[in-house]
Design a protein around this ligand. Structure first.
Ligand SMILES: Nc1ncnc2c1ncn2[C@@H]1O[C@H](COP(=O)(O)OP(=O)(O)OP(=O)(O)O)[C@@H](O)[C@H]1O
Length: 483
């Protein structure tokens, strides 16, 4: 793994906000008109270099209006802003096709070549916002599987000026796999833009001291990007025009990532465009994001519970672990399962389950934290290509990973937080591995104790979505879920 910087003495987000506020005040006293702290020399990219990819016309008008609405929402209530695509009074109402997003023609070709016909809500709202000038900062939230990756990738690619031969975009992902997945999406979208150059900054990618990167976009994990920027000085952070945080909530809430992201952020100039994307934001995390992102536009599409609309959730009463296994067997015996992901609490359970399922003739892969990142990627690739039908994993996989054909997610063990209570956010991310992009999905929770039943009930209450009881010994009942 990439090295983590010294974490410092900051313990939590509120401490950190206070800490940064003090720093900011100190800097304001010292630095007169120098921009953000942290860098010795100015070197701020000027607006002269602005590429021509953006669309001042419709997009910026739209955005202005849109931003005003958001501001109002924030000032008046500080509550979530819901954007209703169906609401004719919404300034976003008229944007219906990718053509209307006024992307460069090469990018448009890339989008269509990927089989995308129409943008999703997050795409049609975020892309025009991100392409406006001057580039606004954005904090965006939209449910799992709704196409956030394409939204920020399109914006990243649009912002690149290929006449310049240095990194202009940093895209940070929490894990190796996600960085690779994002890079793959970017490469596909940019397939008709041969001049745009992408580079991964992940484990396994090595550079030498003195190397200067010439790629336009760097996609990687925070530790590696920080290393390349701070230690190797392989790129000039002052020339970065776009900074993307994917899975922004985990980046902010996880201590190691948070420290690294903040350190990278500090080296950037004030006019670097910030793009934060996530499916979920706890309030504290959102407060923090709003704090570090100057003057952000905030898009929140739908509330969490609605993201479960196309996923039918069940729970099955089981007596013990063997009984849970039997429930899975029964389900497989009755309905045709495309591909499934099964989440276990520990590696040990994952290995046990994999052994049993393999013995019973299932093609099973296991993805857990003890594999090297390369091995994990290989497992995922095989699963994506349909070589295995069942992927058994722990929480390592709950976020972001996109396998279109997953029809069932099974919680062999319910997601728990550190105190043993329900981890609703992880639940949402886990079951969001199915039901991607409007497809239907099924989530099955195997319950073998009072404690796991309580977790299930808490999750049901939290999302206000019924989790139906399923009798896994009743063939008729099982048949119905497959319908
Ligand atoms: N406009 C579109 N038309 C059709 N399919 C799309 C479109 N946009 C994205 N997709 C597909 O939808 C799936 C989900 O997209 P993506 O992984 O970007 O979702 P996400 O919002 O980032 O999810 P998560 O929060 O889980 O990371 C992908 O398979 C992607 O190829």
């Amino acid at each position: 793994m990439a090295k983590e910087p010294a974490a410092g003495e900051v313990k939590n987000l509120s401490d950190l906000v206070n800490h940064l506020e003090l720093e900011r005040q100190a800097n304001a006293e010292n630095a007169d008109g120098q921009g953000a702290e942290g860098g010795a020399d100015g070197g701020v990219a000027t607006g002269d270099e602005q590429e021509d990819a953006t669309t001042p016309g419709e997009a910026s008008l739209l955005t202005k209006k849109f931003r005003t609405i958001i501001r109002k929402g924030l000032v008046e209530s500080k509550q979530d802003l819901e954007i209703q695509r169906k609401d004719p009074s919404s300034p976003l109402y008229s944007v219906k096709s990718f053509d209307a997003l006024r992307l460069k023609s090469e990018l448009l070709r890339g989008v269509y070549a990927m089989g995308f016909n129409a943008p999703s809500k997050i795409q049609e709202t975020a892309v025009p916002t991100l392409l406006a000038n001057p580039p606004p900062n954005l904090i965006a939230q939209s449910q799992s599987g709704t196409g956030k990756t394409a939204a920020f990738v399109l914006a990243m690619l649009s912002r690149v000026d290929t006449s310049l031969r240095h990194p202009q975009v940093l895209c940070l992902s929490p894990t190796y796999e996600l960085a690779i997945q994002t890079g793959e999406v970017a490469a596909k979208m940019a397939q008709f833009c041969p001049d745009i150059r992408l580079q991964f900054a992940v484990r396994g990618e090595e550079i030498k001291r003195g190397d200067k990167l010439t790629s336009h976009i760097i996609i990687g994990t925070p530790g590696k990007i920080l290393d390349w920027g701070e230690k190797f000085r392989a790129f000039d952070p002052k020339k970065i025009r776009v900074f993307v945080l994917d899975e922004a909530d985990v980046m902010i809430a996880t201590q190691g990532h948070q420290d690294q992201c903040i350190r990278i952020h500090r080296h950037l100039t004030k006019d670097c465009q910030m793009m934060f994307f996530s499916a979920t934001y706890e309030k504290e995390v959102m407060d923090f994001a709003e704090y570090i992102v100057e003057d952000p536009t905030i898009i929140r599409l739908k509330r969490e519970q609605e993201s479960l609309d196309n996923i039918t959730q069940y729970y099955v009463h089981c007596r013990n672990q063997d009984d849970k296994y039997q429930a899975i067997q029964n389900i497989y015996g009755v309905i045709t399962v495309g591909q499934a992901i099964i989440f276990c609490h520990t590696r040990k359970t994952a290995a046990w389950l994999a052994g049993k399922m393999s013995k019973d003739g299932h093609s099973v892969a296991v993805l857990s934290g003890d594999l090297t990142v390369e091995q994990r990627l290989a497992v995922l690739d095989r699963f994506r290509n349909g070589m295995e039908k069942v992927l058994i994993t722990t929480n390592v996989l709950s976020r972001g990973i996109d396998v279109e054909q997953v029809t069932i997610v099974v919680n062999f063990d319910m997601p728990m937080d550190q105190t043993g209570g329900a981890d609703c956010e992880t639940y949402l991310h886990r079951i969001g591995r199915t039901g991607r992009f409007g497809k239907n999905g099924i989530a099955i929770n195997l319950i073998d104790s009072e404690k796991s039943l309580n977790i299930c009930r808490t999750i049901e209450g939290h999302f206000r979505k019924t989790i139906h009881l399923l009798n896994a010994e009743n063939v008729d009942e099982i048949e119905k879920i497959g319908a």
